[in-house]
Design a protein. Structure first.
Length: 352
């Protein structure tokens, strides 16, 4: 959003060739820009633009950018910021773990302890936030808040962005819980060019990031929370009940009815937590089934036959209706009554 001043710096050192990559294409997400960002981008060789009529926020911009990239045949998507915080020249090394099939997500580690612009408190909070995310995800990413990342097509098909603030924390937690291979690559950031537009101060950032982490954690581990809550309440409820029974056996029940009532109340809370655990477990299974189905749908949506359809879209979502010149463009698409891609494999029973 409104990066006409810094965009030339971002694109100046953008790699023209990367080992293992056949084709490099540039795209910007115009998140309601009111300046000349788009014109500057086109003049500097950016081939693709995703437009938002008004600012939609970082998470929505990332989601729409990924959707556009996959529709147009991207095998690897690299995300960097328009304020030139991240070194564009490092992209060539950032994608190598994906090229070598060693990882599906690579996060650029800014080495926040060495960033001069960060205060001591901000460095501590960055470290603590990354620790929390790694505990929730079961990963070992030193800079969870970094937006300089490379994703494989396989990883992007598995990930589903639901937050409205920042996708950074959410994608790591999802990747960890979905067993997507994720690693990091150390980088050195560029000098600061402007203040962040995502938040006005560190405390707002902490509050929004904390909310995103909690929501993402609950998506995968809410059953664990209810299980341990149920155990705690059940044990806490048994203590006053056992005390009451011991006193009753000694003939000293007078004046101790409160212990029995407290114990019963705590046991009821424990039973409620266990019931919620069962419900959350059922919902977790249902979510996994829905995500599996969504993954298959995305694989079809981003397959080569449908890429020929998306290639006819203009940058505002309309269709030109004109041939694009892509190989096989006139081939039959699934569902039009003609042969499906991959027909005639010779498998047993294929002609049934």
């Amino acid at each position: 959003m409104n990066e006409e001043q810094t965009l030339p710096l971002v694109l100046e050192h953008m790699p023209k060739e990367i080992p293992g990559i056949d084709d490099i294409q540039l795209m910007i997400i115009d998140d309601g820009c009111s300046d000349r960002t788009v014109e500057v981008a086109r003049s500097l060789g950016v081939q693709h633009v995703v437009h938002h009529a008004k600012p939609m926020g970082l998470a929505r911009a990332f989601r729409d950018g990924v959707d556009y990239a996959l529709k147009h045949g991207a095998d690897i998507v690299v995300n960097t910021d328009g304020d030139n915080q991240y070194p564009s020249a490092a992209i060539a090394e950032l994608v190598q773990p994906i090229v070598r099939h060693e990882a599906d997500i690579v996060v650029g580690d800014r080495q926040t302890a060495k960033i001069k612009e960060f205060s001591w408190f901000k460095k501590r909070m960055q470290h603590f936030g990354s620790w929390v995310v790694n505990k929730a995800a079961g990963t070992h990413i030193p800079d969870a808040a970094s937006g300089f990342r490379a994703y494989s097509k396989s990883a992007l098909i598995k990930l589903n962005i639901v937050t409205e603030f920042s996708y950074c924390m959410e994608t790591i937690i999802q990747a960890g819980n979905k067993r997507i291979a994720i690693t990091s690559y150390a980088i050195t950031t560029n000098p600061k060019t402007r203040e962040s537009r995502l938040f006005s101060n560190i405390f707002e950032h902490m509050a929004k990031s904390g909310g995103a982490i909690i929501r993402s954690f609950l998506m995968f581990k809410s059953n664990v929370i209810f299980k341990w809550s149920g155990i705690v309440f059940a044990v806490a409820g048994l203590i006053p009940i056992v005390r009451f029974l011991v006193l009753a056996a000694m003939g000293m029940t007078a004046g101790h009815l409160q212990s029995l009532m407290l114990g019963v109340a705590l046991l009821m809370l424990g039973a409620l937590c266990f019931a919620l655990q069962i419900i959350s477990e059922v919902q977790r299974i249902q979510r996994r089934l829905v995500e599996d189905e969504l993954e298959r749908t995305k694989e079809i949506q981003y397959s080569l036959p449908y890429q020929r359809i998306w290639a006819r879209q203009d940058e505002f979502g309309g269709y030109t209706g004109e041939p694009t010149g892509l190989p096989g463009e006139n081939a039959a698409l699934p569902g039009n009554g003609a042969a499906l891609p991959g027909n005639g494999t010779g498998l047993p029973g294929e002609d049934k």
